[in-house]
Write a protein that binds this ligand. Structure first.
Ligand SMILES: *Cc1c(COP(=O)(O)O)cnc(C)c1O
Ligand code: SF4
Length: 315
């Protein structure tokens, strides 16, 4: 792997405090570990829960209370050895449990990764299943973050997927470029090229401050390789729950070739309730955004509803 050795994440508050040379007065959450990209520290205006980037990664005492749902989207029962077939025409592969950062609102923080490792057996099984079901035309790589896999592993996986003739589209959902834009290097691009039909890359950017020159560079590299770029955000209280911030985000995204796609209502997993924006408020913010920008800059406001075979558009 060509990842360089420079330390790229802080894996505890203590580690972060040592680096900063001051104390932060934060309570470490033992059940969902701290993992903060160094880049987020560099981009933040202040290392405090008030900052829209820090709020996404610093543990908050409110995580220890509020909400009990471990599986708000009901996928623990649907996942079968790393393969999720919940959406028509699409198959979702959980290819890794690793992430370059731990987002405090993550709906998959309680996901049963143990039984769902993408080992050789499970991968063979998933490929067999997909091969025999011609109604599946898109494979979605998910996780964890699929770009946590080494380029060799991705190369192998994508080469196998490419052999499935009925798969027209390969989609990758990732937050890696936001945590570490240098992950988008030439060997990753070479691995992605193993898929010879359409590739869609869905960024998960929540706030305009996540976008800097390094990220722009990463997006351009993907774009120049004919990859379609989309973005989905989660509507998060105190982070992006106002039309002005969302307007800035949409403009910045579009400017670098990323189309705003979804604005997601929070999947209310245990410990994340303090990020919740009420539906009526969300609808109001979304409506304001529509009044501020061109239609193509307005992401669809959606919610995952248990039992539905696709996301539900809220209006
Ligand atoms: C909604 C969702 C999908 C399916 O996305 P569509 O764009 O609606 O096809 C895939 N993965 C995750 C994690 C999702 O939340
Ligand atoms: S990168 Fe995605 S899967 Fe990983 S912690 Fe963040 S939201 Fe969850």
């Amino acid at each position: 792997m060509s990842h360089n050795k420079r330390k790229k994440t802080f894996n505890s508050i203590t580690e972060l405090e040592q680096n900063l040379g001051n104390t932060l007065n934060l309570e470490e959450n033992r059940s969902f570990k701290t993992k903060i990209p160094k880049r987020f520290i560099e981009l933040a205006s202040t290392i405090h829960l008030d900052d829209p980037l820090m709020k996404q990664v610093l543990p908050d005492v409110r995580e220890l209370s509020g909400g009990n749902d471990l599986d708000p989207v009901n996928e623990h029962r649907l996942v079968n050895k790393g393969l999720i077939r919940k959406y028509k025409g699409r198959a979702l592969l959980i290819v890794t449990e690793a992430c370059p950062m731990h987002c405090r609102y993550c709906f998959r923080r309680e996901f049963p990764y143990e039984g769902n490792q993408m080992n050789t057996d499970n991968l063979n099984r998933a490929i067999r299943t997909i091969k025999s079901d011609k109604s599946i035309i898109e494979i979605i790589l998910s996780g964890g973050d699929p770009l946590s896999l080494s380029d060799d592993k991705l190369d192998h996986l994508i080469t196998r997927i490419n052999k499935l003739d009925h798969i027209q589209t390969l989609r990758i959902h990732s937050r890696y470029p936001i945590a570490d834009p240098q992950r988008v290097n030439s060997s990753l691009l070479a691995a992605l090229k193993k898929f010879t039909r359409t590739i869609v890359f869905v960024f998960h950017i929540n706030h305009p401050n996540e976008i800097d020159d390094e990220l722009i560079d990463a997006a351009l590299k993907l774009k120049n390789n004919n990859i379609h770029l989309l973005n989905q955000s989660v509507l998060l209280k105190g982070i992006n729950d106002n039309a002005i911030t969302l307007k800035k985000l949409s403009l910045k995204l579009f400017d670098i070739g990323i189309n705003p796609y979804y604005l997601h209502l929070l999947d209310e997993v245990k410990g994340a309730s303090h990020f919740k924006v009420e539906t009526n408020e969300a609808v109001d913010i979304h409506k304001q955004l529509k009044g501020l920008v061109s239609g193509y800059l307005v992401p669809k406001l959606v919610k995952e509803i248990v039992g539905e075979s696709s996301k539900v558009t809220i209006s």
